[in-house]
Design a protein around this ligand. Structure first.
Ligand code: ATP
Length: 666
């Protein structure tokens, strides 16, 4: 057996294709061999061309007939018809005949000008030399025939002159930025087109409206505000009240130049200013509404230079988050820059997942919405533009804690309803978040809560899957993840929601463990240590099997929350349902949303009654990053002009010079 095997290997080693037999390799001088090879290749190519020509003429004839039948648009479907099958069979038979002939020729040639053909490729191994060899040959030929007919089918589609339906709709567009593709032609609303500079527009009045977050001179290059009157001519807006519009148009047309405006009476000034401001506002809204839906796959990514970075909001594990402003629309957004510096194997999967999950789920009111993906100056700079939300729940609660404030029961309910509603949307769309915590819940000035940070999110199937063990920040990690960190499902998110509910009620984290054993201990201490009767299957969990835990009675949690008057019994019932140790007993998002606590008094408050604080991200005003050149110029101030000039030429700051141990001689 092993001998046969090694024989076979040896045969393989010393055999080869037509051109590679040992004899050929050793007896024909290299140039001769090269020539012979070329000759063979040329003959093969001719044969292939002939075959193709024959096929084309068959196809053409066939298509002509089909055109008469007026079924051209469904060329693809034609392949399944009996006519087509007949044609293919006919073609195959013809090719068989050809290949028979070819083989004959080849045989002749072989005897004439080359050593006997070796076994590989034609099945002529020493073992298959006689009858067996022929059988093997026939089987191989059959396989070749099968493959050829597939190729024929593919070519059939490729060579079809009939435009395929999908192809008609595919648009192509070219690059015209330094990086990132241009917008496809006609993708912008007509108003954009009207922004081409027109001679008379230059003298028309300019809207002075600026976003409150922007400092003087920051948005000089934003064209929409400046040419609001241009927009007017673009297209009548059906959504605006036409009567009010023409009234306003009159006012607007009569508006004098800005310097004349200064000389007017307060009343006239006010009259014109209002009209102009209103117009600019309406036009901005109109433009934003008319922006095309963003399909990154189709439109590609715009460059980050489309945005102005206003300030840094936070630096997380997977990236930095900035507050930015769209230069075209003035819209304020959050820009998350993915950390790619350490990536050696392409774009990180976490970033891909985050983008993918958010594009899939971001249409819900309680899930942060992605606007677009942007590229920076290098491939290592990828940004995600999201709607900007002023707070995250953690920093909001920190602020409240510092002031000894708490959420009222109605407020707690409004927050929980929003959180559960976003969660239900994710789970309904087969998305596990896997990192729910207060810092990943954003909270807007208008009282809307949004689930954010999908860096660990992933899709799940209907069966329990093996997933990454290290997910969910420790304090919000469920007991099943702590005890058997491989198989889990939506329940892990519901546990985190339970922890968040407890935190919203008591204003402090429920289980602030220092490490994993301590985390399990804190949970069991509050809820009671489970056993096989309360959690069947517990004994099979890896950590439970190997570690013996302290036996705590249940009751501490109810004592803290109900006894401490943090929540009533109905509310506690919901909390307890979310914090069921056995995941199969834990409430789902849907069940929690329908819990009677939300119908109990006091009822959930309107969002407008949720707390409002100035956001840190807005206060810590944008120290826009200075360019390298600006930094250099600043550092050269007050330096001897000769030295300054020298350093300017080198593009080196004085501190960089000293830190690297160099000294100027002059
Ligand atoms: N859309 C947004 N609007 C405003 N602020 C945001 C937005 N998205 C994120 N942030 C802020 O940035 C912080 C970090 O964002 P995010 O959690 O997405 O980054 P991360 O690197 O994944 O962080 P983590 O270390 O929590 O995993 C958030 O806690 C929040 O304060």
């Amino acid at each position: 057996m092993s001998r046969n095997h090694s024989d076979r290997r040896r045969n393989r080693k010393y055999s080869g294709s037509d051109d590679d037999s040992a004899e050929t390799r050793f007896s024909i001088p290299p140039r001769e061999a090269e020539k012979a090879k070329e000759e063979r290749y040329r003959r093969e190519r001719n044969r292939e061309n002939e075959r193709r020509d024959r096929k084309r003429s068959v196809d053409d004839g066939h298509r002509d007939r089909e055109a008469k039948d007026k079924h051209r648009d469904y060329d693809r479907g034609r392949r399944g018809s009996p006519t087509s099958r007949d044609r293919r069979r006919h073609e195959e038979n013809r090719r068989d005949r050809d290949s028979e002939k070819d083989r004959g020729h080849r045989k002749d040639r072989r005897t004439a000008d080359s050593p006997p053909k070796s076994k590989k490729g034609r099945g002529e191994s020493p073992k298959h030399s006689s009858e067996k060899g022929q059988l093997f040959d026939r089987v191989l030929n059959l396989k070749v025939k099968e493959q050829d007919s597939k190729v024929l089918e593919i070519e059939d589609v490729e060579m079809s002159p009939t435009p395929l339906l999908e192809e008609v709709e595919i648009k192509t567009f070219t690059l015209d930025y330094d990086f990132g593709p241009a917008r496809p032609p006609n993708s912008l609303p007509p108003v954009y087109e009207s922004l081409e500079p027109e001679p008379e527009s230059a003298s028309k009045p300019v809207s002075t409206e600026k976003h409150p977050d922007v400092e003087d001179g920051e948005i000089d290059d934003i064209s929409f505000d400046k040419s609001a009157d241009n927009l007017k001519e673009a297209e009548p807006n059906s959504t605006l009240d036409q009567e009010a519009l023409s009234d306003e148009d009159e006012k607007f047309a009569a508006t004098p130049e800005p310097d004349e405006l200064e000389l007017m009476s307060e009343e006239d000034k006010h009259f014109h200013k209002d009209a102009m401001e209103k117009r600019a506002e309406e036009r901005n809204r109109e433009i934003i509404a008319a922006l095309p839906t963003y399909y990154p796959g189709l439109y590609g990514c715009q460059p980050i230079s489309e945005y102005k970075i206003l300030n840094t909001i936070a630096e997380g594990t997977y990236g930095e988050v900035f507050r930015g402003q769209n230069k075209r629309t003035d819209e304020i957004v959050a820009l998350k820059r993915f950390k790619l510096e350490k990536e050696k194997e392409g774009f990180p999967i976490t970033a891909l997942r985050e983008i993918n999950m958010l594009l899939k789920a971001g249409s819900h009111e309680n899930v942060v919405n992605v606007k677009e993906i942007l590229v920076g100056s290098s491939n290592n700079d990828i940004f995600m533009a999201m709607e900007f939300i002023e707070h995250d729940l953690k920093s909001l609660m920190d602020k409240m804690r510092n002031r000894y404030e708490k959420f009222k029961t109605g407020q707690q309910k409004t927050l929980m309803l929003q959180l559960l509603s976003g969660m239900k949307h994710l789970h309904d769309n087969w998305i596990l978040h896997r990192d729910l915590k207060t810092s990943n819940l954003l909270f807007s000035h208008s009282g809307v809560l949004k689930i954010a940070d999908f860096g660990l999110a992933r899709e799940f199937g209907d069966r329990r899957q093996k997933l990454t063990p290290l997910v969910v920040t420790l304090w919000y990690r469920s007991p099943e993840l702590l005890l058997e960190p491989l198989t889990y499902s939506t329940h892990v998110d519901m546990w985190s929601i339970g922890c968040i509910m407890g935190e919203i009620i008591s204003m402090e984290p429920m289980f602030p463990g220092k490490n994993e054993p301590n985390q399990v201990d804190l949970i069991f201490r509050a809820i009671g240590t489970p056993d096989e009767s309360t959690w069947p299957g517990l004994k099979d969990l890896a950590i439970w099997r190997n570690v013996s835990f302290e036996k705590y009675p249940s009751g501490a949690l109810i004592q803290k929350y109900v006894g401490g008057h943090c929540v009533n019994k109905i509310g506690f019932n919901l909390l307890n349902g979310l914090l069921a140790l056995n995941p199969t007993n834990r409430l789902t998002a849907d069940e929690a949303l329908n819990h009677s606590w939300f119908q109990d008094h006091p009822l959930p408050v309107p969002r407008s009654q949720l707390p409002k604080y100035p956001a840190k991200s807005e206060l810590n005003a944008a120290v826009p990053r200075k360019s390298r050149k600006e930094q250099l110029e600043e550092s050269l101030k007050g330096l001897d002009p000769k030295k300054a000039e020298f350093l300017r030429k080198l593009n080196v700051r004085p501190d960089q010079l000293t830190s690297s141990g160099f000294h100027l001689k002059f």
